[in-house]
Design a protein around this ligand. Sequence first.
Ligand SMILES: C[S@@+](CC[C@H](N)C(=O)[O-])C[C@H]1O[C@@H](n2cnc3c(N)ncnc32)[C@H](O)[C@@H]1O
Length: 245
Amino acid sequence: MFITWREYKGKRANSLRCHLRHSYLEGSFKKETAKYLGCVALKPSKPEREVFWMQVKSALDKLSLTTEQRLKIEGAIAQKVPRGKHEKFITAKSDEHYTPKYFLEAVVESMGGIDLDPASNSKDNPNVPASNHLTLEDDALKHDWAGRVFLNPPFSEVSKFIKKLIAEIDSGRVTEAIVLTKSDTRTNWYKQLRQNAQSLCFAEGYHRFGDADNSATFGVLLSYFGKNQARFREVFKKFGVCSGD
Ligand SMILES: C[S@@+](CC[C@H](N)C(=O)[O-])C[C@H]1O[C@@H](n2cnc3c(N)ncnc32)[C@H](O)[C@@H]1O
């Protein structure tokens, strides 16, 4: 399944029509189905984006999709038309939790810059100020990563992204990394972080992701990988306890 965008020339203004397409073989014939999901202005305002996402939600609700398919489809659409406040009614398990600015500023202060965001919302309008971005369309798990990495993994694939990060650090390509995750010590990926990271910072309080109306219901953990753990602790101690303090 994949998303396509077609420009539609209207009487007053042009707009983009979004379709979900599915190609398959029937015998030796290639067939394709297309489901119309919604229509949006070329440069939509925030209310226009919200209306568009309501159309998308209503169209996707009618299809029998797995959670993984739904997250991937929504992620692909969000790269073209970013989501905002509507997010809370798209899905409670959204992959699109954009990192608050104050964490990103601290990441830059700690590492001196970000070379790669391997789980980026968009190359054109990225939330993370990195020099390079890999998005859902690239599939970061299929690429090499390098340099100083900031990672806020898609919540549907946290384990795979953390395993990949550790492999990239072991290869020597990734020199330093900060990972933002939920603070959930029950999970296997938490054990991977604890065993491999040089410092963990348990951020206190509530944090609001992207332009969501409400704070997240979960706590936040920032894990540091690299040789400058003293610098990381110095910068991140304002958020909460950092291991190694
Ligand atoms: C939690 S959001 C983080 C967005 C941004 N990096 C930030 O920190 O604000 C995770 C992002 O990863 C993207 N994503 C999902 N699967 C991906 C994949 N296989 N490769 C790259 N990016 C992916 C999603 O579309 C989503 O925008």
